[in-house]
Design a protein around this ligand. Sequence first.
Ligand SMILES: O=C(O)CCC(=O)C(=O)O
Ligand SMILES: [Fe+2]
Length: 444
Amino acid sequence: MDDDVPPPPRPPPLLPPESLLHLCSHGYLGLELPHHLADKYNQLLATSDAFFAQPAETKRLYRPGTGLGPEHRGPPTSATNTERGYTHIDGEKEYLTLRKSMTHLPPGIYDAAAPLWHDTANLLHRILGDIGVYLGLEPTAWDGVVADSLEPSDGIYDDDGDDKGGKGKEKDGEGAKDGEGAKDDKGENKGEKPGSGRPRTHPRDDPPTLLRLFRYEPGGGGAEQHRDLGLLTLCVCWGKGLQVRPQRPPQPQPQPQSAVDSREPSQAPPQPPVPWLNAPRVTVMTGDTLHVLSSYRIPSAQHRVVVDAKEAVESAGESKADDDSNSSNNNKETRSSESRRSIVFALRSTTAGDIDLAAFGGYGSVPARELYDNIRKSRVNINANKEARAVMRAEYERVRGKGKGLKEVGPKSEMEEGDKQPKPDNGEGVDDDSTLEGELVGVA
Ligand SMILES: O=C(O)CCC(=O)C(=O)O
Ligand SMILES: [Fe+2]
């Protein structure tokens, strides 16, 4: 007998079976964070609050852009890039977006965010492992697509000019603009950990995963209904506003017609819309990339943010999405004069190399960047400013109106119909090298 039994390859399952079933059926789940991680979120919130309390001119130093002068501290990328640095949408919200490189950050943010990045990415990776088991995949199936997002970098960015134009530019396909920008800007992370001799990190080498600190204006509108682009998103909220929409329960099969009821199935009364529910304070949500890689078995979470207190109460009817044992039920109402804040960690699939589809029950492999770009198509960036959203929405409607667009909204039809779809927006016009996230699914 061989006593040499190898250790299990993974930690034991994290989610109880009923919670995993809820997540895989509805796309969202309330979580109770371990104390140490909840503390880290509270510390990051305090640091983030301190940053948002700064005068507008100070915060603007951290916006993305190039050639913005010696005081500029933000990422040296396109000025319209909403996926890095500080963004302010007047009357709506402001947010600071961190990427794995952890560079170009206001003082104090790196120290508060880096440990939290590590713990959150690893928590979501573990939940992906559970989802893999639910799907009948190897629990390690996701490792290759998230490996480059798991650990934060060291926040050092020292562009002394000798790697411009080459290293990493093609790595994730989003580097050219970043790299060009670096020529015009020293790009030092002056508010952050000084140091030398350590591996340098350039923003252009970042995987698309992000950590975002939000502050919403009271009554400023929140975020329109959408689905996230990536694999899993963790939202930690201070103040009510995040709402989720469960999947419609399966409908009973139409009965054989009888003399009593001769209605055609198509004449059945229309279903009332599924109501929005207030999300638990800490909620994990599935994204479109997970939907696609699960062969469409796992829905992506429909969600929105409603910060108009009156609308939030009316639309969700005070019901809470805490119908599972894991949810945390302390999503206190924000007083209308108070700003809602949230910290969002969006774990996205790599854009480097190839994705082995066999690991997901498919066949062959696909270039990771191609998968990412296909899923990103026909999306509206719900975190862009009003004008940009209007342009994207109009283009989206134009394409749909011509009948050449997606037969149905969403990545399923995109994947089925290949990548020949007209592109309502590919991100270039708005964010240049950034990812558009969030799709409006019922554009009014
Ligand atoms: O602020 C939140 O709670 C969620 C924001 C969101 O859904 C998003 O930015 O994609
Ligand atoms: Fe979202």
